[in-house]
Design a protein around this ligand. Sequence first.
Ligand code: HEC
Ligand code: HEC
Length: 335
Amino acid sequence: MKNDFILKLCLLFLLILSCGKKPDRPYNLVVPQGFSTPSIPHDNPLTEKKVKLGELLFFDPIISDDSTISCSSCHIPERAFTDGRKMPVGMRGNVGKRNSPSLVNVAYYPYFFAEGKVFDLETQALAPGLHAEEMGTEMKKMIYRLRSNPFYSKKFKEVFSEEVDVKHFVYVLACYERTLISANSRYDQLKLSKEETTGKDLFFSEKTNCSQCHNGNLFTDFSFQNIGLYEVYDDPGLARVNSMANDSGRFKTPSLRNIEFTAPYMHDGSMATLEEVVDFYNSGGKNHPNKSEWVKPLGLTDAEKKSLVSFLKCLTDEDLKNKKGIFATPNLIYH
Ligand code: HEC
Ligand code: HEC
């Protein structure tokens, strides 16, 4: 009897102890049917606390120099993590040089940015801080700020058992970004109307060649292509990093998932609608020595063009329309 009582007392004591320090658990990443598990660096496994902390930071303007801009200023969940602008607007109204891309399914990207110069999300998360037009924050200053913030200082210590530093900062952001996986579109559910099916057949046909570059689960093969957007490009694309004339005007082929919500289109946001994009491909594009042989005049009828657009709109995740899951801006109260 007495022993029993002592045992219960011990258990109670242990329970109180463990309540104060909840252990971090592996994050249960839900992978859509037909998708592989994304590769995750073994020094930065997904855990519940890291993902949550990354999410808090992603939406928090504390990380920009004047506390006006967060990652979510340019990557808005309800717009499939784009910003609806031709060019992004960062701190003090600074205008960026490229259209903000979607972050949905970035866990599967083999590299980042339009010219693919960065190979993991941890390194990528360093970039916005370095560009004045985005957050304009010196990393050192920002880490100091996080250390002096009682809430973040405590949270980071809880996760890493050390004071927050640059590594911890990029690790949690990368963890959050890897959870932005989504594939609940009508295309995935195989629920297409007759017109949409016609569009799908056209998309995958040799008549349009769309799927030569936009293929696989994410509708991209991640190849760098010049699609003849211009005769002379202001932004050299891939050639910006390697100065090869052959690579001028080549950009990463973008995923087409949720394309309905990511207007305006192309690296410079120069096309406002999907109708405009389809008209462009139908025209065969401008002459450029690097233009892909797959882009040429298609001779589509108005009905064919319409069906192609209606198919592209089937790639929208239904959760996005309902502002559910990863597509809902969390209602965060922190500081
Ligand atoms: C002022 C707008 C702006 C802010 C703020 C911003 N981004 Fe971006 N982001 C962009 C633009 C523009 C690009 C594309 C740049 C390029 O391709 O050269 C981009 C690219 C990316 C990419 C690569 C996507 C791809 O397709 O390769 C990731 C990941 C990303 N941002 C995450 C973040 C995170 C995390 C933050 C916060 C720390 C952030 N961004 C803050 C505008 C912004
Ligand atoms: C040769 C490869 C290739 C082919 C063929 C191709 N695309 Fe693209 N597509 C790209 C590249 C590369 C871009 C980005 C170009 C840029 O940003 O300058 C792009 C951009 C787009 C965009 C805008 C994406 C965004 O986020 O801004 C849409 C929509 C699109 N393509 C649909 C199509 C359709 C529909 C077809 C067939 C009629 C097609 N593509 C054929 C490579 C290709």
